[in-house]
Design a protein around this ligand. Structure first.
Ligand code: GLY
Ligand code: MN
Ligand code: MN
Length: 422
């Protein structure tokens, strides 16, 4: 905001969502709001005023008031005074005062920093406040002449994690790898996918995660070829592969890890062929994660290995160049290799600036997750039918290259088989 000439920012947290009668979805604060405040109660708004020139920035929280009656039913509320002290705001007010205060705060500011279009109700409230200022134009009050996208600036900040964020991301990755190991030990023919999901959730919660970072994918047999399978209700059979894509969320930070292994603890020949191909592709991609590389480099590295492997396994005809040029590989590898990771599992931040892919910088965190998914078809060798493999790790870009935050979950065939035998 200071770089952009000052003004006032209005950053509301997320609304609560009804699930069904008298029942709410678990509450999750808005990622931008939480990033700036650490405050996780619903019905809260952060206002920041950055004056022009040397005036100090002011942070203001609007939040729920203390209310003994509600606290008996629903639990502790900080209230404005408590929140100001505990979280270090310059000022704090009851949320009910926002509507009256907002026109005063907006008046004569050079810009309003707000993210229009994400919440229709908030768009309307902002319009009402702006019109209240415009209505005072004869007393010399002026509404901000510019509206700027505050999320665009915050995205740039969120893309590079600071030391405290990295510490939390290391910890949530550690918890999540523990959950994958627990699942590997538990799985056997005759178990149901949901029983495996329960093991993951148990481990996340037992270690202090607030939630899973996204709905866990526990996909056996043919379901390994469904990219976002969340049914999680099928029986696991001898000879099936199992793909688990699951990560916990801790202090509002996600992990996102995929492991893939045989239900009976031993990879069959064709399963091992596809698995090792994806593992090689992932290794090539991880090598390409280093400062100065672009966001696209890991994907291109993985793609070359995968495309050549598809030709070698007789999944695809033609030369490597032809397979890449025609994109025929997309039949078996239809997603990209990486996304940013942070507070959101698909985290904030641009991937391209104009024609140029984003450059990787130390402190950025991205997933590396190549895959190969083979559905039954007449022109595909039957041995590979219903073999779906994805291997996904979380990579922190460092000064020299990258640190794999999720390395503790085994992924070499021998290591997985050892663990499952044990
Ligand atoms: N679990 C979602 C993803 O891997 O992107
Ligand atoms: Mn994932
Ligand atoms: Mn992912």
């Amino acid at each position: 905001m200071a770089r952009g000439g000052g003004g006032i920012a209005v950053i509301p947290t997320a609304p609560e969502q009804a699930r069904n009668r008298d029942t709410q979805f678990p509450y999750r604060a808005d990622s931008y709001f939480q990033y700036l405040t650490g405050f996780t109660e619903p019905e809260a708004v952060l206002v920041i005023v950055v004056g022009q020139g040397d005036a100090a920035a002011q942070s203001m929280l609007f939040c729920r008031e203390k209310n003994l009656e509600r606290e008996i039913w629903d639990g502790f509320r900080h209230g404005p005074d408590g929140a100001r002290e505990a979280f270090g705001f310059d000022a704090a007010y009851a949320i009910g005062e926002l509507e009256a205060k907002l026109p005063e705060l907006l008046a004569d500011q050079p810009a309003l920093w707000f993210s229009i279009g994400h919440d229709a109700d908030w768009d309307r409230r902002i319009a009402v406040a702006l019109n209240a200022v415009r209505a005072q134009s004869r007393s010399g009050k002026r509404a901000p002449p510019a509206i700027r996208d505050v999320r665009a600036e915050l995205d740039v900040m969120r893309l590079v994690k600071d030391v405290s964020e990295i510490a939390v991301m290391r910890r949530v990755a550690e918890i999540s790898t523990g959950a994958h190991v627990r699942a590997m030990r538990f799985v056997a023919p005759g178990r149901f996918e949901y029983e495996v999901e329960a093991e993951l959730l148990h481990e996340f919660r037992r270690q202090g995660c607030e939630y899973p970072a996204y709905t866990s994918i526990v996909a056996g047999g043919a379901n390994t070829c469904v990219l976002h399978y969340v049914g999680n209700d099928r029986l696991l059979r001898d000879g099936d592969l199992l793909l688990i894509d699951a990560g916990g969320e801790l202090n509002g930070y996600a992990s996102d890890i995929t492991r893939c292994f045989p239900v009976n603890g031993r990879f069959s020949g064709p399963q091992a062929d596809v698995y090792d191909l994806v593992l090689d592709a992932q290794a090539a991609a991880i090598k390409a994660v280093r400062p100065g590389a672009t966001f696209a480099d890991p994907h291109e590295a993985a793609l070359k290995v995968l495309a050549q492997g598809m030709i070698d396994l007789k999944l695809l005809p033609g030369s490597l160049d032809a397979v890449i040029e025609s994109e025929s590989y997309k039949r078996f590898f239809m997603h990209r290799t990486s996304h940013w990771l942070g507070k959101d599992v698909h985290d904030a931040g641009e991937y391209k600036e104009g024609e140029h892919w984003a450059l990787l910088l130390p402190g950025m965190v991205l997933t590396v997750e190549p895959g190969c998914y083979i559905r039954p078809a007449d022109d595909v060798p039957e041995a590979f039918w219903n073999v779906g493999v994805r291997i996904e790790d979380d990579a922190l870009v460092t000064d020299e290259g990258c640190e794999i935050l999720s390395a503790a979950a085994p992924k070499e065939i021998a290591d997985i088989e050892d663990l499952m035998r044990g």
